[in-house]
Design a binder for this molecule. Structure first.
Ligand SMILES: Cc1cc2nc3c(=O)[nH]c(=O)nc-3n(C[C@H](O)[C@H](O)[C@H](O)COP(=O)(O)O)c2cc1C
Length: 210
């Protein structure tokens, strides 16, 4: 195996110049996301970091389901570890890495639940198996074996052969950003970094050292 000490990429694919920056960052994020989607079906995957009541962080990969001026949303189990941490601390950090474009975006913001209606609408758009799965898994809890899940799925399919209601503890969150940083890899480690900060209704923009 090649030693990881010898793995090196000299990023040369693109540039991020002052002229490319939009007045607010959501439009630029949408542009980068749509370009990333042309390379990978997982382009909407991001790492979400939360912090618990003792100041201990935890991270996991999630799938972005919407990105508008109202916020960045995803769906999950409201009893999970992440949700328990969000209950005590709404400050979260998202990170997207798009290697094909040599790009990274970091978003800091405040998180809150989507409305019941928004969660219902998304839940009802999911395939049958995913809707059953939402009932089946006590996400982040210790379980005895895989059989526990497999047996539960069989029971749930009998109980809900057609319509599957949304479980109360399953739904969406939205993150309202106050900071968004765009990182474009460049040659010789002289990367382009621009940080947007929300100040009142407006965004200020600064270039950061790589
Ligand atoms: C590519 C990928 C996409 C994922 N998407 C989601 C998602 O949208 N929602 C979700 O709850 N978990 C998703 N997961 C699972 C989470 O990473 C995590 O295991 C789960 O949410 C439990 O996290 P927690 O114990 O920190 O709450 C995904 C995992 C991967 C690798």
């Amino acid at each position: 195996m090649k030693s990881i000490k010898d793995l090196r990429t000299d990023y040369q694919k693109s540039e991020l110049n002052v002229n490319d920056l939009t007045e607010e960052p959501i439009t630029l994020f949408q542009q980068w996301l749509s370009q990333a989607i042309t390379y990978s079906n997982d382009a909407n995957a991001f790492v979400l970091s939360t912090v618990n009541s003792n100041g201990v962080p935890s991270s996991r990969v999630l799938l972005l389901r919407d990105a508008t001026e109202k916020g960045f949303s995803f769906f999950t189990n409201y009893s999970s570890r992440k949700s328990q941490e969000i209950e005590v601390n709404p400050n979260v950090c998202m990170n997207f890495f798009w290697p094909e474009m040599e790009r990274q975006v970091r978003i800091n913001g405040s998180i809150s639940r989507l409305s019941e209606q928004e969660s219902d609408d998304y839940f009802n758009s999911r395939p049958y198996e995913s809707r059953i799965g939402a009932w089946c898994s006590p996400q982040s809890q210790v379980i005895k074996s895989r059989e526990v899940l497999v047996n539960k799925i069989q029971e749930l399919k009998k109980k809900y052969p057609n319509e599957v209601p949304r479980p109360e503890n399953w739904g969406g969150y939205t993150i309202v950003p106050n900071e968004i940083e765009f990182w474009q890899g460049r040659a010789s480690r002289l990367h382009d970094r621009f940080l947007y900060n929300k100040e009142g209704e407006n965004w200020t923009i600064n270039r950061l050292a790589p």
